[in-house]
Design a protein. Structure first.
Length: 598
């Protein structure tokens, strides 16, 4: 049976109980608790808020940087449910891998820390009873995990993680946990896509059920913002035509409500409603088109990151971020480097902001392994069947979860992977083909390319529908020399024009580390003046290059990383501080983005 990743909702057929709040929490460095949990509770070392990242709440380096097994535990009561209902535990995420125990018995496990999963506990629980829920988590990284890294065990038994990526390895129950009561015969998924024709929007939809009962009847109804019914179809799969539609546009996220219903005879047994946008997104030649008009992408690479709360979903933080993006005039962001909490996509749907959705495939480079591990690796992708299996599952889950959001316009399948070997070509070809079978809307696919790889040596760029470049001329390369950096940038773009013509290019990363308030009249590196000069230099090149169709600067806000000689309390390339105060460059980019770009 296909798993369901539908966002939990409450209606006349579905119930939801939040299990968020305070859970007991314990570290388990010797992996001792799993062997005894059947007979007793885990040690109540402390308590921990859910959702939340555990690292930044502690006051010692050992706790903040803990690597290995750790546990969350709480009790919950099962409410009344009928024989026609099923009961599920849902985790919106569990980073990076989890085993779930009910009264000490392991009932399931999950690999991957950025997408939801559900466990059917119907046959394990009874109404009115109290149960002990224990979650064994592990935050180690390896060469076949998403994201990738390595874990070192020291002589004293302490483990240390070496990420192959440049953001802090936050972990825990960082998103909500819920108890769901749903019909046994129910909608487990649905898909939508839009076609525009002669002033009419044609909504195609399909319901996916978990039953083979052929006596069921189906109904799809579409309502506008005022609650007016604008179309319906009495089929499990069909179309609804909307005359003179309100299209979903940038900055004008007009949303209809699609209501799906399932009946047995005349009795409603399940219903699911979701806000959707009527819009199309496509590539013609070297240009992006939203609703058949050209659009230039401008915005950010981001992170789910905030001081104290780490990578956990915090509605107020995201509200602030969307207000800041609107204030700037941004119209797009990339979910670097993993799928975000689904509520973020709901906000983007409402605000009319575009999203490039990225799978957590980051750190896939042999060069990084060599630097951190001290050994030679000829190809990162050689002999990685387990990695490919996990990668495919993450792609499938991301697309299944996010495919009905009008804000999502493209899929990014990897960030800065090694792409220069024949093993990479084989791996990428399989992954891109797989991804294209999963999306009924057939959104474009891409991957972001690291500075050391381009049209000259990459064997994989021709798989992309558009090219996504992470480029740091004037920072990591040509450091402090913007004149030389822009000469090199122009030369590379000229090469791309010849190597892969008639395809758009977007810059998914470009920027400079900047300490807020660091002023240098000569425009030295790390100063606010240099950040402004660099961003202006890049955008001047973009404006003279017609096939450059997007600029997502790195980064929206400063974010946490492991400490290093390159990082002063994190990556400082944000044009906002980690606390969301604008640096001077924010005002410069605000003026650019709020103007009309010819």
């Amino acid at each position: 049976m296909m798993k369901s990743l539908l966002y939990p909702q409450v209606n006349c057929c579905r119930k939801k109980e939040s299990l968020d709040g305070l859970w007991y929490f314990s570290f388990d460095p010797k992996k001792e608790y799993a062997s005894v949990i059947k007979g007793k509770e885990i040690p109540k070392d402390t308590w921990m808020p859910v959702p939340g990242s555990f690292s930044d709440v502690f006051m010692t380096a050992e706790e903040k940087n803990y690597v290995g097994d750790f546990w969350y535990e709480r009790e919950f009561v099962v409410h009344d449910f009928s024989k026609e209902e099923s009961v599920f535990l849902r985790f919106d995420s569990a980073t990076h891998r989890a085993k779930i125990y009910l009264d000490g018995e392991c009932i399931g496990e999950h690999e991957g820390g950025f997408l939801p999963f559900e466990l059917d506990i119907t046959d394990r629980v009874q109404p009115g009873h109290t149960y002990r829920l224990s979650v064994q988590l592990n935050n180690e990284l390896h060469g076949d995990t998403l994201p990738a890294g390595m874990t070192i065990e020291h002589e004293d038994g302490r483990k240390e993680v070496k990420p192959f990526f440049d953001f802090f390895n936050y972990s825990g129950l960082q998103r909500s946990v819920s108890l769901l009561y749903m019909p046994k015969e129910r909608i487990i998924d649905f898909s939508t896509s839009t076609e525009l024709r002669d002033g009419i929007a044609i909504l195609h939809y399909e319901m996916i059920m978990n039953t083979t009962n052929e006596s069921l009847s189906f109904q799809a109804q579409l309502y506008d913002k005022k609650g007016k019914n604008v179309g319906s179809c009495p089929q499990k799969e069909g179309t609804i035509e909307v005359q003179s539609p309100h299209l979903w546009e940038v900055g004008q996220g007009y949303l209809y409500t699609l209501v799906l219903e399932v009946k047995k005879e005349e009795t409603l047994i399940d219903t699911y409603a979701q806000k959707i946008g009527l819009r199309t997104f496509e590539i013609k030649g070297d240009t992006f088109y939203l609703n058949q008009h050209s659009i230039y992408l401008q915005g950010f690479g981001k992170h789910e990151d905030f001081y104290l709360t780490g990578r956990s979903y915090q509605p107020l933080v995201w509200k602030k971020d969307f207000e800041a993006m609107k204030w700037m005039g941004a119209n797009c962001f990339r979910t670097s480097h993993y799928p975000y909490a689904e509520e973020v996509y709901q906000m983007a749907d409402e605000e009319g902001i575009l999203i490039i959705d990225e799978v957590p495939a980051v750190g896939f480079t042999g060069a990084t392994m060599n630097v951190l591990g001290g050994h030679q690796t000829t190809s990162f992708f050689a002999g990685k069947p387990k990695l490919k299996e996990r990668h495919k599952e993450a792609i499938a889950d991301m697309i299944q979860r996010d495919k009905n959001h009008p804000s999502v316009i493209a899929w990014s399948l990897m960030n800065e992977p090694e792409s220069t070997t024949k093993e990479a070509k084989e791996y990428f070809t399989d992954l891109f083909s797989f991804a294209r079978t999963k999306d009924p809307e057939h959104r474009p696919c891409t991957f972001t390319m690291i500075m050391t790889e381009s049209y000259q040596n990459s064997q994989c760029y021709d798989l992309c529908d558009f090219i996504s470049l992470n480029r740091y001329y004037g920072w990591y390369i040509d450091s402090g020399d913007l004149k030389k950096g822009m000469e090199d940038l122009k030369a590379e773009l000229k090469g791309w024009e010849q190597a892969y013509p008639h395809h758009p290019i977007i810059f998914t990363e470009f920027g400079a580390d900047t300490l807020q308030g660091n002023s240098d009249v000569t425009g030295g590196m790390w100063s606010e003046q240099y950040q402004i000069q660099l961003l202006k230099a890049y955008t001047e090149v973009f404006d003279k290059t017609p096939f450059v169709q997007g600029e997502l600067l790195w980064n929206f806000a400063d974010f946490a990383t492991d400490p290093s000689i390159l990082r002063a309390k994190g990556n400082r390339k944000g044009i906002f501080t980690r606390e969301r105060d604008p640096k001077m460059a924010a005002y410069v980019m605000k003026e650019r983005w709020q103007g009309k770009r010819e």
